[in-house]
Design a binder for this molecule. Structure first.
Ligand SMILES: Cc1cc2nc3c(=O)[nH]c(=O)nc-3n(C[C@H](O)[C@H](O)[C@H](O)COP(=O)(O)OP(=O)(O)OC[C@H]3O[C@@H](n4cnc5c(N)ncnc54)[C@H](O)[C@@H]3O)c2cc1C
Length: 363
């Protein structure tokens, strides 16, 4: 059986939830599918407070923000949420296939589709990186903040971007020692406010450093770090072994774009946005007219921008479906999100995103 639907949202993170809310607010029936155990995407494990402004719920912890958006969504009668459901494919006739709880095979044919699948963590290929005790930072966050499991006693964090810094601090809060944060770039990539908290806790942040080797018999026991030159070549004589049982890898994310590729959306490689991302217009509409994109799947950024992009896409999708709104109402509401996005992208990290967007944002 093919389920005909108005708006289908794949991915229940901040981008997908916000787009769904916009659709519902405009009287559209929305089905949202997400493969997680709980709606919210990354938000459900983020215990720290967000930055930004009121429109992106700044000052709120990610975990609370997820709950707030969930409550709003579940207030609507025409909202259908399918959790533990993975979208597995997109077919030429516009059908999206999905598997629910590893049992039920489902087919949807939405009039409009949002891909808000977020991102995947990048691995680091070094000797013995398959030993138990080597985790992505997102996995460490899930273990600690979702399942209440301490992943190790003493950690080495690889990467001093926001994710590395935030998760290093959360490890300390949970009672895991952090031997060091190493970063191959000559400077810290994340916000200094996060870096300062780590330093105040006595954890060194070693820039121009990387990990070379891991040792352990049946799990991680130690890691070898080294200083690198400007071309990331190890500098002989600077190697050092650290006794750790947890290696946490936070070396970047890649947009999850499989469904967009399958749908034949035009894609471009944009390093500033984290990899291959879809070409889109200012409505977040891809080159396939009924498919829209928002959040990390459109380019790696932050939850705050995912919320705003979700709002833009949701509003445009509602209009695409003929929701009752005048052109000037649409323009005014969309402009509110865009103005906020432009403010949010005003800082140094945002400037890089803006450079990337020039390569994929058309008309
Ligand atoms: C450790 C960490 C700390 C962060 N801290 C901040 C911060 O302080 N402030 C901030 O603004 N941002 C922060 N971010 C970034 C922020 O979490 C992301 O940018 C944001 O969650 C992206 O939202 P999204 O909706 O695009 O994707 P996600 O939140 O990743 O949600 C995507 C959802 O789609 C699901 N999904 C994927 N593929 C499928 C499929 N095929 N079928 C069904 N479901 C699927 C995923 O399981 C997930 O639930 C942080 C990220 C991390 C990892």
């Amino acid at each position: 059986m093919i389920r005909e639907s108005e708006m289908l949202v794949v991915g229940g993170g901040p981008a997908g939830m916000m787009a769904a809310l916009q659709g519902l607010d405009n009287g559209i029936a929305v089905t949202l599918i997400d493969d997680g155990i709980e709606i919210g995407g990354q938000l459900i494990k983020q215990t720290h407070k967000f930055f930004g402004s009121e429109m992106e719920y700044a000052g709120t912890r990610g975990i609370e923000l997820g709950k707030m958006l969930k409550e709003k969504l579940f207030n609507y009668d025409n909202f259908t949420y399918l959790g533990k459901t993975t979208a597995t494919g997109y077919y030429e006739d516009g059908v999206v296939t999905a598997v629910r709880e590893d049992k039920e095979y489902m087919k949807f044919r939405p009039r409009v589709l949002l891909i808000a699948t977020g991102a995947a963590e990048r691995p680091l290929a070094i000797p013995n990186c398959d030993l138990p005790g080597v985790y992505g930072a997102g996995a460490v966050q899930t273990l600690m903040n979702l399942y209440g499991v301490l992943p190790g006693k003493r950690a080495l964090m690889i990467g001093a971007g926001n994710i590395g810094l935030i998760v290093a601090y959360q490890l300390l809060q949970a009672g895991t020692g952090v031997a060091a944060v190493v970063e191959a770039m000559p400077c810290i990539g994340g916000y200094l406010v996060h870096a300062s908290k780590i330093r105040r806790s006595g954890v060194p942040i070693l820039c121009s450093h990387t990990i070379l080797d891991i040792q352990g018999s049946d799990r991680v026991e130690r890691a070898k770090i080294v200083k690198v030159d400007d071309n990331w070549n190890p500098l002989p004589g600077t190697e050092k072994w650290l006794e750790v049982d947890l290696i946490c890898v936070a070396v970047g994310l890649t947009p999850l774009t499989d469904l967009l590729w399958q749908a034949g959306c035009e894609m471009r490689y944009v390093s500033e946005l984290g990899g291959e991302v879809p070409v889109r217009n200012r409505e977040m509409q891809t080159s396939v007219p009924h498919i829209f994109v928002a959040g990390d799947a459109a380019g790696i950024e932050e939850a705050s921008s995912a919320i705003l992009e979700g709002g833009i896409a949701g509003l445009a999708m509602a209009r695409y479906l003929g929701a009752p709104m005048t052109d000037s109402e649409y323009r005014e509401n969309s402009a509110k999100y865009w103005n906020e996005l432009e403010n949010f992208r005003g800082g140094p990290i945002g400037r890089r995103i803006l450079e990337g967007l020039k390569k994929v944002l058309e008309h």
